[in-house]
Ligand binder design. Structure first.
Ligand code: GDP
Length: 605
C-alpha cells in the first residue's frame, strides 16, 4: 500500500458556495481536494464517513477551516433559485425604479386577548364601511377586506390574533403596516395582549390601541392606560406617543375615531408603492377547493396583477385564471394593498409565500419547479436536531423529567386538512412535550417521507393518506412508526394518550392483498367491474378494502363480488387477474390500487 500523502494544492480564493448535504467527493472537488483528503481529515476528528455520504454542516465547516478556505453553505437549489430570480425578475425591478410610487392604503391587523372584541370590531368596521356596491352587498370572507372611509381606502386582515401574523413573519413575510391592539376596558391587559404587543414591536409595526367595551358599566379605561404604560405603551394623553381610542364594538361608538387615526398613521408612515409594473405580494391563505382548484388569497404589495398574468408563489405557479375581490366579484386587475383571491395556481401555495407575476409563463414555471426541487432535496439533508422521541417512547422520557420532542412527518390528502391537523397538533404542546414538524405535505406517504422520518427519528402521521407497498416495507425495515387516521379527533386522542403514557391498544391494519386496476368494465344491470392484477398477497371476497389513487384513500368498503374469468372465486392469489365487483363506488380508474386489509391488535411490549 502506498502511503497517503495529503494534497497541498492551493485552495480556490474567495467565497466558495457549497450545497448543504454535499458528499466528501463534492466538497473535495470544490476545494481542490480528493474525497480521500476529506475522509481522512474527518477520520482524524473521529468522524467516519464514506465518499458518497452526505456530510453535516459542521463537518464541512471544520474541513474548510482546516484549509483556510472560506465557504458559504446554501440549501440545494438555492443558488439556482437566486440565479433565476436575478435573471427573470430583477431586470424588471430596475425598470420599476423609474416608475413613480404612489400612496397606497394601509394593511391593518387586529390583535389582542381572546374575547376582547376583535371579531366584532372587524365585523362592525366591515358592515359599516364596505365599499358599497349594492346596498347590503354580500361580502365574501376571503381572508382580508378593504373598506373606504371618507375617501381613504383601508385594508383589514380578517384573521384576528397574532398567530397568523407571527406565522407569516416566521416565513419572512410582513403583510401588516399597522396593528390595532384591542383591550377590553373591563378586563384590562391580559397575557395575549402582552404577546400581541411583543409581536408588533418585534416586527416594528406601529400600534394603535382600541380600548373596547366602553359601554360596559365596569369599564375602566384609566386602568388600561396604566397597564399599557407598564409595557412601554404610554398614551398621548399621558405625554407618550401611543394613540389610544375608546370604542364600543357592540354599540359602534368610537369607530370613526379609530378609522381616522388609522388614516393619520398611514400618512405619517408614508406608505407608497408603484402601481404600474409587475405585481409582487404575499399569500395570506390558500387551499384546494372542489371545482375551483387551488385558491390563494393574496395582498398585492407593489405593481398590479392582471387576469392572464403568469404567477409564481413558492413552488406553486400558473396563470391567473381569475381574480375575485372581497365582495365575490370577478375583477380584471388588483393594485397595491388590495386583497384578492387568485385562481390558477398549480397547487395551493403556503401562507407567507411571496407572489410574483412574471413576463413569461416559462419563467414562472421554472422558478416554481426549482423551488419544488429544492424543497424535495432539503428533505433529504441530515437533520441537525435528530434527537426526537417516538410516540411510543414519549411518556418514558417525560417521566424521566426530560423535555420530549416528538418529531413528526405529517401528510394529508388536501391542504385544508393538513392545516387543520397541524393546528390541532400544535395545541397539544406542553412545557414538557414539544412537537417538531420535520415535514408537512399533501399527498400519499412515499419513500422520501420514510427516509426522512428514519433520518430524524420521526413518527409519520397520515391523514386520509396511506403509504404505498414500497414505503410500507421500507418503514417496517427501518423501524419507522407510521400511523394513519381518517378522523381528526382520533389522531388527537392518540397523541394525547401517548403523552400520558396510555397509548390505547394499537390495531394494526395488516394489508392482505393489493391489486392494480387495469381496466374498468361497465355491465348493464350489474354495474362496474374492475379488471385487476393481484400484485401482492391475496384478494378475498368479503374482506375490507380501500381504493387508493396516488396514495390517497378515495373509497372504503368491502369486496362484494370476486371473479376469475367468468366464475365466482373466493380468493385470488398474487400474479393472477381478477374482476372485482363494485356496487357503490363507480369512479375507479386505470392505475388505481385496491388494497384489502384486516385489523389485528398489536400486543404492547
Ligand atoms: P375576540 O375573541 O377578541 O374576537 O372577541 P369577540 O369579538 O368574539 O367578542 C367577545 C364577546 O365580547 C362577544 O360576546 C361580543 O359580543 C362581546 N363584545 C365585543 N365587543 C363588545 C363591546 O364593545 N361591548 C360589549 N358589551 N360587548 C362586546
Amino acid at each position: 500500500m502506498t502511503e497517503y500523502v495529503p494534497s497541498t494544492a492551493p485552495v480556490p480564493e474567495g467565497e466558495i458556495i457549497v450545497e448543504r448535504g454535499s458528499t466528501a467527493r463534492d466538497l473535495g472537488a470544490k476545494l481542490n481536494r480528493s474525497a480521500g483528503d476529506v475522509i481522512r481529515f474527518l477520520l482524524l476528528q473521529g468522524e467516519m464517513v464514506t465518499a458518497t455520504q452526505s456530510l453535516t454542516d459542521d463537518m464541512m465547516e471544520i474541513f474548510a477551516a482546516e484549509l483556510g478556505a472560506e465557504i458559504r453553505l446554501v440549501d440545494p437549489g438555492e443558488e439556482k433559485e437566486a440565479e433565476l430570480l436575478a435573471k427573470f425578475f430583477e431586470e424588471e425591478e430596475e425598470e420599476e425604479e423609474d416608475v413613480e410610487s404612489e400612496p397606497r392604503p394601509p394593511v391593518v391587523t387586529v390583535m389582542g386577548h381572546v374575547d376582547h372584541g376583535k371579531t366584532l370590531l372587524l365585523d362592525k368596521i366591515r358592515s359599516a364601511n364596505v365599499v358599497a356596491g349594492e346596498a347590503g352587498g354580500i361580502t365574501q370572507h376571503i381572508g382580508a377586506y378593504q373598506v373606504e372611509w371618507k375617501g381613504h381606502a383601508i385594508t383589514f386582515i380578517d384573521t384576528p390574533g397574532h398567530e397568523a401574523f407571527t406565522a407569516m413573519r416566521a416565513r419572512g413575510a410582513q403583510a401588516t403596516d399597522i396593528v390595532i391592539l384591542v383591550v377590553a376596558a373591563d378586563d384590562g391587559v391580559m397575557p395575549q395582549t402582552v404577546e400581541a404587543i411583543d409581536h408588533a414591536k418585534a416586527a416594528d409595526v406601529p400600534i394603535i390601541v382600541a380600548v373596547n367595551k366602553m359601554d360596559r358599566e365596569n369599564a375602566n379605561p384609566d386602568r388600561v392606560l396604566q397597564q399599557l404604560a407598564e409595557h412601554q405603551l404610554v398614551a398621548e394623553k399621558w405625554g407618550g406617543d401611543t394613540i389610544v381610542v375608546e370604542v364600543s364594538a357592540l354599540q359602534g361608538t368610537g369607530i370613526d375615531d379609530l378609522l381616522e387615526q388609522l388614516v393619520i398613521v398611514a400618512e405619517i408612515e408614508e406608505l407608497r408603492a408603484p402601481v404600474d409594473g409587475r405585481a409582487r405580494g404575499v399569500v395570506l391563505e390558500a387551499n384546494l377547493e372542489v371545482g375551483r382548484g387551488p385558491v390563494a388569497t393574496i395582498i398585492v404589495q407593489r405593481g398590479t396583477i392582471r387576469v392572464g398574468d403568469p404567477i409564481v408563489a413558492g413552488a406553486a405557479w400558473g396563470k391567473a385564471k381569475a381574480l375575485i375581490n372581497d365582495q365575490g366579484k370577478q375583477i380584471k386587475s388588483a393594485g397595491p394593498s388590495t386583497p384578492v383571491q387568485v385562481l390558477g395556481f398549480s397547487e395551493p401555495p403556503h401562507a407567507g409565500d411571496e407572489v410574483r407575476t412574471a413576463t413569461d409563463l416559462a419563467h414562472a414555471s421554472k422558478l416554481g419547479e426549482t423551488r419544488a426541487q429544492r424543497m424535495r432535496l432539503s428533505g433529504h439533508l441530515p437533520v441537525a436536531a435528530a434527537a426526537g422521541a417516538r410516540l411510543e417512547d414519549i411518556f418514558e422520557q417525560i417521566q424521566r423529567g426530560e423535555t420530549a420532542t416528538l418529531n413528526v412527518v405529517l401528510k394529508a390528502d388536501v391542504q385544508g386538512s393538513l392545516e387543520a391537523c397541524t393546528e390541532s397538533l400544535k395545541k397539544l404542546e406542553r412545557d414538557d412535550v414539544k412537537l417538531a414538524f420535520i415535514r408537512r405535505g399533501v399527498g400519499g406517504i412515499n419513500e422520501n417521507d420514510v427516509q426522512l422520518a428514519a433520518a430524524s427519528n420521526a413518527t409519520i402521521i397520515g391523514f386520509n393518506v396511506r403509504p404505498d407497498k414500497r414505503s410500507r416495507d421500507m418503514a417496517a425495515g427501518d423501524g419507522v412508526e407510521v400511523r394513519t387516521y381518517e378522523i381528526i379527533y382520533k389522531l388527537i386522542e392518540d397523541i394525547e394518550s401517548a403523552m400520558i403514557g396510555m397509548l390505547a391498544p394499537e390495531y394494526e391494519e395488516v394489508v392482505t392483498g393489493e391489486a392494480e386496476v387495469r381496466e374498468v368494465f361497465r355491465i348493464p344491470r350489474v354495474g362496474a367491474i374492475a379488471g385487476c392484477m393481484v400484485r401482492e398477497g391475496t384478494i378475498t371476497r368479503g374482506s375490507k378494502v380501500r381504493f387508493l389513487r396516488e396514495g390517497t384513500i378515495i373509497w372504503k368498503g368491502a369486496v362484494n363480488s370476486l371473479k376469475r374469468f367468468k366464475d365466482d372465486a373466493r380468493e385470488v392469489q398474487t400474479g393472477f387477474e381478477c374482476g372485482v365487483g363494485l356496487t357503490d363506488y363507480q369512479d375507479l380508474k386505470e392505475g388505481d390500487i385496491i388494497e384489502t386489509y384486516e385489523e389485528r391488535e398489536i400486543p404492547r411490549v
